[in-house]
Design a protein around this ligand. Structure first.
Ligand SMILES: Cc1cc2nc3c(=O)[nH]c(=O)nc-3n(C[C@H](O)[C@H](O)[C@H](O)COP(=O)(O)OP(=O)(O)OC[C@H]3O[C@@H](n4cnc5c(N)ncnc54)[C@H](O)[C@@H]3O)c2cc1C
Length: 468
């Protein structure tokens, strides 16, 4: 009998197993496929590699502006996919988690197939393993939500898109959230004709309104057809050249055609095959495993963490969940999941990122001051020829604390990391404005926008207004 059994080898599961092992528990990790989960094999690592290639093509086109003469960049997609595989293997082989998991004494069972409960303490796997444990931690992640209209089986997911052997001539992307926007942006850069369909009034609906508008405008300018509020899908049909999507709005029917249709309409918990009823684990109204603040499920000996719980579905949160769930599995409920500022970003072109509250959300509860600096007026972006975008700061007028930061453009994701650190450290906006951030840098843009807010609030800064 084990002390702790972790199911799922993504970031949540790996950290949970490592932590349980470090705390002296007899621990095993069992996972369907390879170590690393979606993060290493299907999510951020492959996507970031493809996005990097898209960025290189864009940068190559800019070389002429700097007096460097080269021809028009040509993409060899199969060679790029080779590079993606190389990167994924490299990341997996050099993962510090791998060696730490081994040194924590965790038994790792990879490629075990789907694990299924026999009772609350026992699982069997497709590969024929039977494991029994006092505590079990579920970290089985999420999977793409499917459409349920006729012909939906003809559509692809983001994973199928990364697995294509050549760049399709055209793609219909359904869903204008983070994943859909990345598929659209990357394949647009690779030369596919993209139509991006969003059922709601704006793409990137969880971002600040200004961010959605700026990214939609930049996408349109780069040739992506962005269809917001397009109505509802009725069916898909196979055509000679690919697929056709039939949809309607207010009784008016329309069709769109493309070589491929990629559906990116959100996530569901990856619980199929687990037979949760045998373990007494309940699913919440959103279809994810319900957990309390200690990550305990409805079954007394079972905890869960990461995407399978359906909260912020990101690697840093999965890692934190794994740590908390394992600590509580071994020591009893003593650690809560922290509610910290969580920066979120996406590697589209242009990039976008956020931390904290959107301006609209902030105004619901705070007296707010905001400032926005346009990338057309910041030195580093001008130097680099990357003047699309902005950095916006949302601040509480009374406390002067930073409530949110929203960025579109080059290095948006990196800029918000600095804002997140300032927010986690409870800095006031005038304190941030006085940190002598290096010039000319992208992070320095944040200092400038902080100085703009401080000025609005009549806060006395030594070098207020002198930032560039
Ligand atoms: C296209 C894309 C881009 C992304 N980009 C980012 C990004 O830039 N930054 C970021 O932070 N996050 C990103 N994410 C999200 C990130 O990948 C996830 O939040 C993270 O992987 C969640 O970790 P996890 O451990 O909860 O689950 P996963 O990584 O999904 O791991 C779950 C593991 O459990 C296994 N499993 C499932 N069911 C069973 C079973 N019954 N038995 C045994 N094993 C099972 C699975 O095979 C898998 O290995 C992206 C995701 C996608 C799809």
């Amino acid at each position: 009998m084990l002390d702790v059994l972790v199911i799922g080898g993504g970031p949540a599961g790996v950290v949970a197993a490592m932590r349980a092992g470090d705390l002296g528990a007899r621990t095993a990790l069992v996972t369907k496929g390879e170590f690393g989960g979606m993060a290493a094999n299907d999510g951020p690592v492959p996507v970031r590699t493809l996005a990097h290639a898209a960025r290189l093509i864009r940068d190559a086109r800019q070389l002429g502006r700097y007096g460097i003469r080269v021809g028009e960049p040509l993409l060899d997609y199969s060679q790029l996919l080779e590079r993606v595989r190389e990167v994924v293997d490299d990341v997996r082989a050099h993962s510090a988690f791998r060696s730490q998991t081994n040194s924590a004494g965790v038994q790792v069972h990879e490629d075990a197939g789907v694990a299924q409960f026999v009772d609350p303490h026992t699982i069997v796997t497709e590969s024929g393993l039977t494991l029994q444990s006092d505590k079990i931690i579920l970290c089985t992640g999420g999977t793409s939500r499917k459409l349920s209209v006729p012909g939906a089986e003809l559509t692809a997911t983001h994973s199928d898109a990364w697995g294509l052997s050549s760049v399709p001539q055209s793609i219909i992307v359904i869903g204008g959230g983070a994943t859909g926007a990345q598929v659209a942006s990357v394949f647009n850069a690779f030369g596919a004709q993209i139509q991006l369909f969003q059922s709601g009034p704006r793409i990137l609906p969880t971002e600040d309104e200004d961010v959605s508008a700026a990214v939609a405008a930049a996408f349109r300018e780069s040739g992506i057809e962005v269809r917001e509020d397009f109505g509802s899908i009725e069916s898909f049909e196979k055509t000679a050249s690919g697929i056709s999507m039939h949809f309607s709005k207010n009784g008016e029917r329309e069709s769109a055609e493309a070589t491929l249709a990629v559906v990116a309409i959100g996530w569901v918990a990856n619980t199929s095959g687990l037979d949760l009823a045998k373990a007494g684990v309940e699913i919440n109204a959103r279809g994810f495993i319900g957990v309390d603040e200690f990550l305990k499920t409805s079954a007394p000996n079972i905890l869960a963490g990461g995407d399978v719980t359906g909260r912020l579905m990101l690697v840093p949160q999965a890692i934190q969940d794994g740590f908390v769930a394992a600590t509580n599995a071994v020591r009893g409920s003593e650690m809560k999941v922290l509610d910290q500022p969580a920066p979120i970003g996406s590697f589209t072109d242009p990039e976008y990122a956020q931390v904290g509250l959107t301006e609209t959300k902030a105004r619901e509860k705070h007296e707010v001051a905001t400032a926005c600096v346009d990338f057309k007026s910041t030195t580093r972006t001008i130097i680099d020829g990357r003047t699309t975008g902005f950095c916006k700061l949302v601040v509480d007028r009374t406390t002067r604390k930073i409530l949110g930061c929203h960025v579109v453009g080059e290095r948006a994701v990196e800029i918000t990391q600095v804002a997140a650190v300032a927010m986690a450290g409870q800095m006031r906006v005038d304190e941030l404005a006085q940190v002598p951030l290096s010039f000319p840098t992208y992070a320095g843009v944040l200092g400038r926008v902080a100085a703009m807010v401080a000025r609005q609030l009549n806060l006395d800064l030594d070098w207020q207004g002198h930032r560039v």
